[in-house]
Design a protein around this ligand. Sequence first.
Ligand SMILES: [Zn+2]
Length: 255
Amino acid sequence: MLSVHQLAAFNDNYIHILLDEAAQEGVVIDPGDAEPVLQAVAQHGWHLTEIWATHHHADHVGGAPKLQQKLGLTFSAAGSDARRLAGIDRALQDGDRLRLGRYEAQVLAVPGHTSGHLAYWFEDERRLFCGDTLFALGCGRLFEGSADEMWHSLSRFKNLPGETLVYCAHEYTLANARFALSVDPGNPALLKRIEEARALRDKGLPTVPFRLDLELETNPFLRADRGEMAKALGLDQAPAEKVFAALRKLKDDFK
Ligand SMILES: [Zn+2]
């Protein structure tokens, strides 16, 4: 099995380390800070080989230069971000395939949060590393993309197998739950999910990763194509993009 380790960084970021221990290869995804990675490597004796970035924000790539320098890692990121992200060794685009020992990931371009945002999809292992595109019960803010683009990006995830484990880059679940409840208060799956998330957080445990099929039933942003969500927003018969845009706007203004 592909082994995945989660490191906490800053207030609520997650850095993920993926290892093929037999092949002595390892990838760190979104090292916003080098220190927790260097500490974990020293503690466990892991052999890392690469950095994969989902997008150019500092809380995702801030630790990359130090890790390149100290551990000699190769830095892969969106080619379209090369003008604003220094030190890229390998420029990625949609459809590229990346190897990690015996495992292979597909690069998915998922613009919306940023224009160059990427996700990494391990089809055989059913694992998705999606940065700030999809969160448990939420989705990323639209800093550089339109609602249409983000809906299209999220729709790519919606088509992945339900058992997929989603690794997003922030622990936002309980904050997102408040908004989800405000727009979808009668959803029993959502109520149950929030209880489970609260129980995990009360024990200091992460709510990431999470299963995609559960997300499809509980995340209002992924449910923008459901009639009941359109109806709840007074947008009966509106196309999903429109419902999604309305949800995103409501969330931006949500206190
Ligand atoms: Zn971001």
